[in-house]
Write a protein that binds this ligand. Structure first.
Ligand code: NAG
Ligand code: NAG
Ligand code: NAG
Ligand code: NAG
Ligand code: NAG
Ligand code: NAG
Ligand code: NAG
Length: 476
């Protein structure tokens, strides 16, 4: 998607912060996360990121993977709203890479969106690339490679933008980032060609495990012979603050983020944090997958010899759809503008001439051009784009509705770069987009929303950020 008027780019600050979960513990701490980081405040936050190949065992199963500064997940990147964020990315891989700051508007700096083929060429092996942009937003974000499914191999990390005006600042004592991840024991270099072969029938590979903050354990008797397995022991939606709402379970799809406040008012001890993979959304479920991913949450003064002891909430939940955000109320009421332009896009999967099941938008499958990114073409005054570039040109300062139709039998989490959208409505298989049923009064705003299998969604945004911006399913 291209927003016209590149020549009239206004340079404004965009500040990026990622905040996944706020956990409030009973021990008194009067320093709020924002104040803490404010004390160290400087207007420019520089992170040097070296991307390398490492042999690591996040869940006890040793494999070749990628790391950032030798660690996985990558370092927590924190900024304050208004800061300039600088990533000096050194690529120590033998392949190209990139860093996309997910959810950042990149207002006035579309060339730092980090998408090879859209906004830059990939960072070549053994070279450095510097991203520098203003973060004028706050909330929970993340950064990841936007090249060749590399982020599932480890090029991923959290990015938190703190807000001095966080309305909940006085209501929690500590802030803890929780990063949930599907984990594969096979690298993307192997998985991707398998997926892009006729054999896969378009079914995504099933993860071998799940991780919480880059860790979990794995049952080694499931590992193949000779492998290196060894045993070892909602207040925010993607930048928008919401009214407090009590929930027991939080459905969270790929690339989505939430903040929740947890009140630590239970007896001192250890408790399970449970992240359950929704195996109903998988094409296949192997016998060697424990879909219940667990971590221990412990109170400060608990006895380390205590067993972790807690049971799951028993309320059931519909699978393969997002948290029903129509019941979430933005912290600050917004009046949303009327639509100027409707863009209907139809997602479908079917085989190409060689029998490989591939994704299409309106019967066109996007083909990446890493040597000549779309943004460069715009600068070169190209006005006609090849069909397989899936370019949709939108005028500046329009109110745009993306009406997304999903003809696929799987759900898809669609992410919009450079913007947030008001999620007006989501419909299931068997229904059609219906403006009478959507919510135009103070709906939630976010940057990633799932369209149900056979269903639809309507996402409204304002085209006030000229550039070339991706809109894509985030199943890597
Ligand atoms: C980043 O690397 C540069 C060049 O090696 C160095 O001067 C600078 O101190 C580093 N900055 C940080 C924040 O590590
Ligand atoms: C590990 O897998 C084996 C084989 O499926 C099974 O017998 C055993 O109970 C599993 N162990 C645990 C702790 O789940
Ligand atoms: C776990 O908690 C339950 C309920 O409080 C209690 O009955 C049980 O004894 C506990 N088990 C362990 C192993 O601590
Ligand atoms: C995409 O396909 C849908 C459904 O066939 C159609 O209504 C829509 O106009 C198409 N969109 C564009 C931009 O051509
Ligand atoms: C979407 O595309 C698929 C595949 O071409 C097609 O079968 C379906 O009819 C299209 N949907 C609409 C609403 O045009
Ligand atoms: C594109 O068009 C603008 C405006 O006419 C002109 O200033 C610029 O030099 C052109 N760029 C190229 C690469 O031709
Ligand atoms: C939608 O529901 C119909 C009727 O149950 C079913 O035949 C069809 O496969 C479903 N379509 C998708 C895309 O899930």
């Amino acid at each position: 998607m291209i927003l016209k008027n590149i020549s009239s780019l206004v340079f404004r600050l965009v500040l990026i912060f990622l905040l996944l979960t706020n956990v409030s513990f009973s021990s008194p701490r009067n320093i709020s996360p924002y104040t803490k980081s404010l004390n160290k405040r400087d207007s420019k936050k520089v992170y040097n990121l070296t991307i390398s190949e490492e042999k690591l065992a996040p869940d006890g199963f040793t494999r070749e993977m990628f790391a950032i500064n030798g660690q996985f997940p990558g370092p927590l990147v924190e900024v304050n709203k208004g800061d300039t964020l600088v990533f000096n990315v050194y690529n120590d891989l033998n392949d190209e890479t990139s860093i996309h700051s997910h959810g950042m508007f990149q207002r006035g700096t579309p060339w730092y969106d980090g998408v090879p083929g859209h906004t830059q060429c990939g960072i070549p092996s053994k070279k450095t690339f510097t991203y520098e942009f203003k973060v004028d937003q706050s909330g929970t974000y993340w950064y990841h490679s936007h090249s060749k499914a590399q982020y599932i191999d480890g090029i991923v990390g959290p990015l938190i933008a703190h807000d001095p005006d966080d309305p909940y600042l006085e209501e929690y004592d500590e802030e803890i980032v929780v990063l949930l991840q599907d984990w594969y024991h096979t690298d993307a270099k192997t998985l991707l060609p398998q997926f892009l072969s006729p054999v896969s029938q378009g079914n995504e590979p099933t993860p071998d495990n799940g991780l919480i903050n880059g860790k979990n354990s794995y049952n080694c008797s499931w590992a193949s012979e000779g492998s290196n397995c060894h045993p070892m022991d909602v207040i925010e939606v993607e930048g928008m603050m919401t009214k407090r709402q009590t929930i027991h379970r939080l459905p969270i799809n790929i690339a989505q983020r939430y903040s929740v406040i947890v009140t630590a008012d239970k007896p001192i001890g250890k408790y399970w944090m449970r992240a359950e993979m929704e195996t109903a959304c998988f094409a296949n479920e192997p016998n060697t997958l424990n879909s219940l991913v667990k971590a221990t949450v412990k109170y400060e003064d608990c006895d380390d010899n205590d067993n972790t002891n807690s049971t799951a909430w028993t309320d059931s939940q519909e699978t393969c759809i997002d948290l029903d955000t129509s019941s979430l109320i933005p912290y600050q009421e917004q009046t949303i503008p009327n639509v100027d332009y409707k863009l209907t896009l139809n997602v479908s999967f079917y085989p190409d001439a060689t029998g490989v099941v591939i994704a299409h938008i309106n019967d066109s499958s996007y083909v990446i051009n890493e040597q000549y990114p779309t943004l460069q073409k715009v600068y070169d005054n190209v006005t006609k784009f090849a069909t397989d570039q899936n370019v949709y040109i939108i005028d500046k300062d329009e109110v745009v509705d993306i009406i997304l139709l999903n003809s696929d039998t799987g759900e898809h989490p669609f992410h919009l770069h450079g913007h947030v959208f008001w999620l007006l409505g989501v419909g299931k298989n068997g229904t059609s987009p219906d403006y009478d049923s959507v919510n135009t009064k103070n709906p939630i705003q976010r940057d990633t929303a799932s369209v149900p299998a056979g269903g639809w969604l309507i996402a409204r945004f304002v085209s006030d950020n000229p550039g070339v911006w991706g809109y894509h399913c985030h199943i890597e």
